[in-house]
Write a protein that binds this ligand. Sequence first.
Ligand code: ADP
Ligand code: MG
Length: 418
Amino acid sequence: MEDARHTLGLLLGTENDWPSVFEALVRRLGAVTDGSARVHHYDVERLTIEPFDLRDQPSYDLVIDRLAYWYYVPREWLKKVALMDGTYLLNSPFTFQAMEKHAAYCAMMRLGLKVPDTVLVPYKNPVEHTKYAYTAERYNRPFDLEAVAARVGYPLFMKPYDGGAWRGVSRIRNADELNRAYDESGEMLMHLQASVEGYDVFARSLSIGAETMVMKFDPDQPMHARYSVDHHFLSPEVGAEVTTIGRLVNAFFRWEFNSCETLVKDGNVHPIDYANACPDVAITSLHYYFPWAMKTLVKWSVFATASGRTATPHIDPTPWFTVADRPDLSYEEKLVAYRELADTYFETERYHDFCASRLPDVDKVVLEYIESGDFDRVLVETVTTTFPTHEHEQYVAHFRGLLALWAQDERNRLSPVA
Ligand SMILES: Nc1ncnc2c1ncn2[C@@H]1O[C@H](COP(=O)(O)OP(=O)(O)O)[C@@H](O)[C@H]1O
Ligand SMILES: [Mg+2]
């Protein structure tokens, strides 16, 4: 049987750290032999932006995208290759609109998740459109913002329906703050959302394909200190619930690379932001968890291309809603059923079998690389380009320490001392 050659494409913005690591890991992993003895070879290429003919055939088998969320040339290219060329995309470009958070809130409420009460309010400023004045006069109903807010209850969060990176998010305690924030919202379309006050812990999960890492998160810290290394900050039950929520959101929307934010209070898990398809995976954000993210991205990319998995661009909410509508099931039982649907979507069992039998060396490859001078050079370069000069020494030491801690834990995991 002839060998297969696959090109994995990377669509990138400003980042250079994780792409270099991804490229190095794929190179070090080498060829992969699938269950029918076929050998698969891998190349990684960074995509460039240029005119494209809609009938051109791309040379990419799979594309990992971190650019199309703000740059629409590649977004439209992604739609073309998803529809015409069978290119495997980790996130469906057709549900990108759901990154406008709003759609994700709707879907998750429909599935019975504990999303805080949320109201969408019309724009503060007129929409720039020649038809607006007439339409607004006829059909825009005047509304009492303070009364809407009072129904949601203070404190509340005002945030854009298509949020990301904290743009335009404010915590509102009274009518004065409400009016000020609404005035400032201008042309942004806003949600008012009940605040989960006094939560016990903020859990942020990063999912890549069939795997999920749940991390303790502190939104008040600067980027490099938001995730803390803590393996037991949730009870096993709550941890499983957070994982399930992340996976079900992803399976529902056809996302395989996404992060999900939940606030845990009195054992209840409240999802507040779970439409971050193509999340930040920088070394300087993920630190200790970075090797896991890179390894999983490599494993999932290889699985997706070497195991005959195909990407469907559409979503099918029907089986999910069938579970949601069953009156005989409790919330917990629905979560179990959602988890099964998600595992079916991700082919979780087949993925783990594939990794065990076809990628037996991947853990070793990643560990060796993370402890290599090659990786250290990427780390130093990333710190140098991320932090001001006087902080370089401090942060190189900081991130080296966290990565060394990961390597030590990984070594123990792979060959535990009796
Ligand atoms: N309903 C809420 N209850 C409590 N805190 C919230 C709520 N919504 C948002 N926040 C806080 O505001 C931050 C930003 O809101 P989020 O919805 O995550 O927006 P973004 O998409 O910009 O990240 C969250 O990380 C959290 O700290
Ligand atoms: Mg957020």
